[in-house]
Design a protein around this ligand. Structure first.
Ligand code: FAD
Ligand code: A2P
Length: 381
């Protein structure tokens, strides 16, 4: 038996502790054989997967120590006290007094034919900079601000791509999905490293053990509304805009969260350049396999696929393909999120307006209703 699991393939029978009690042994694997997939950039070597295939002696430990109902197909997380606050944490660390965190790992997420580089960066904050899914961290790159000699660089924001428990499920790390900003001289078309983006290059070049100054967490716009576990969430991303959704989806489908048992529909539309540029694709494919009734995943590959007019297939063209369903879900109260390139918003609005008019509806009215009902969430950069 072999099962692709979030970028890692497990073979043989698997047993794992069911405890979410931090005082119990944290990871006990029996008969585990890990084989990395054919996509080395997908292998999160730091990832401690805790999943269970059949009952084990750890059941009894769990039932004695933690009365919570456990969904056996999901990963146990701790500390569950991270669920307790009624409000999200906000700006615990500010630019004048940032937190010095440590890089755990940096992995290239994209294949060789992707135009550009995007990295998955795991940062150890020791549990000191807690956050909720959909929030961002600020990063202050080392060095001097060229516009203010003697002063540090300005803060750059990055959406957090993990859940509050981090990729090792212990509440001590946060992951970022960072695209390296490369500057090409418009005259020669050649890269000019002296003008490359400061912070994204610092992060993508960093090594395990390096220190990184972080601020935050920041932002409330992209928090996942959890009042209705049966809600529909339509998530639109271009490139690294997928980051907050990776957090949402891990919380919905991967982690065992006693007070959030997702039974609704999550629908991800992801726009990237080509197959090699896909981000976290194996993780998302796995959710599809395991939760076909609760997850939909549509990809727009701009440099491989064509839209109905023969132009580039952008994420808005994919939405248009499913516009009847999307509009129906919005009318029924679905949340819709947009994250990624600022440039996508005019095209998306044009598409939605055209679709609305085709249905005899006025887009402006619909949009203000969506905003009023707090169904409309935008974070573009
Ligand atoms: P900068 O040094 O700030 O440079 C910006 C751009 O200008 C670069 O493209 C650079 O090549 C170009 N440039 C630099 N110098 C020159 C020059 N002399 N002449 C001409 N051009 C020049 N980014 C992500 O990758 N992932 C995320 O999840 C993410 N989330 C975000 C969330 C929010 C809410 C916001 C506001 C932004 C987010 N960003 C994210 C963008 C991120 O904050 C940075 O803006 C981005 O990484 C570029 O920062 P940098 O320091 O690398 O580039
Ligand atoms: P393209 O660069 O082909 O024009 P990636 O990080 O992999 O480059 O993903 C970003 C994606 O967003 C690409 O597919 C890019 O297409 C696409 N994109 C660029 N501009 C827009 C836009 N105005 N609207 C929607 N998608 C866009």
């Amino acid at each position: 038996m072999a099962a692709a699991h979030y970028g890692v393939v497990f073979q043989g029978s698997l047993t794992t502790p069911l405890n979410s009690d931090a005082s119990l042994p944290k990871s006990v694997f029996k008969n585990k054989k890990i084989i990395f997939t054919d996509k080395p950039w997908m292998s999160f070597s730091h990832l401690e997967l805790k999943t269970k295939k059949k009952p084990s002696r750890y059941h009894s430990i769990n039932s004695m120590s933690t009365p919570q109902a456990v969904d056996s197909s999901k990963v146990l997380v701790s500390p569950l006290v991270l669920e307790d606050s009624p409000e999200p944490p906000l700006n615990i660390y500010k630019p004048k007094e940032p937190y010095t965190a440590t890089i755990v790992s940096v992995e290239r997420l994209v294949g060789p034919k992707a135009p550009g580089e995007t990295c998955h960066i795991v940062i150890d904050h020791g549990g000191n900079v807690p956050y909720w899914e959909g929030q961002s961290y600020g990063v202050i790159p080392p060095g001097e601000n060229p516009k203010k000699p003697g002063a540090p660089h300005n803060v750059r924001l990055y959406s957090i791509a993990s859940t509050r428990y981090g990729d090792s499920f212990d509440g001590k790390t946060a992951s970022l999905c960072v695209r390296r900003a490369v500057y090409y001289d418009p005259e020669t078309g050649k890269e000019d490293p002296s003008k490359n983006g400061v912070c994204s290059n610092f992060l993508c070049d960093s090594k395990p053990g390096d220190k990184v100054k972080i601020t935050g967490p920041a932002g409330k716009i992209m928090l996942l509304p959890e009042d209705n576990p049966n809600a529909t969430h339509i998530m639109i991303a271009t490139g690294t805009g997928v980051a907050p959704y990776r957090g949402y989806l891990r919380r919905m489908f991967m982690e065992s969260i006693p007070k959030y048992k997702f039974t609704g529909l999550a629908w991800l539309f992801l726009g990237v350049a080509n197959t090699d540029s896909l981000l976290y694709d194996q993780e998302f494919q796995k959710y599809l396999e395991d939760n076909p009734g609760n997850f939909r995943y549509d990809r727009a590959l701009s440099r491989e696929d064509k839209n109905k007019n023969g132009g580039k297939m952008y994420v808005q063209d994919k939405i248009e393909e499913y516009s009847d369903e999307v509009f129906k879900l919005l009318d029924e109260g679905a949340h819709i999120y947009f994250c990624g390139l600022k440039g996508m918003m005019p095209g998306i609005q044009d598409t939605l307006k055209r679709v609305a008019e085709g249905r005899g509806e006025k887009w402006e009215d619909k949009l203000s209703k969506l905003k009023k009902n707090k169904q409309w969430h935008v974070e573009v950069y």
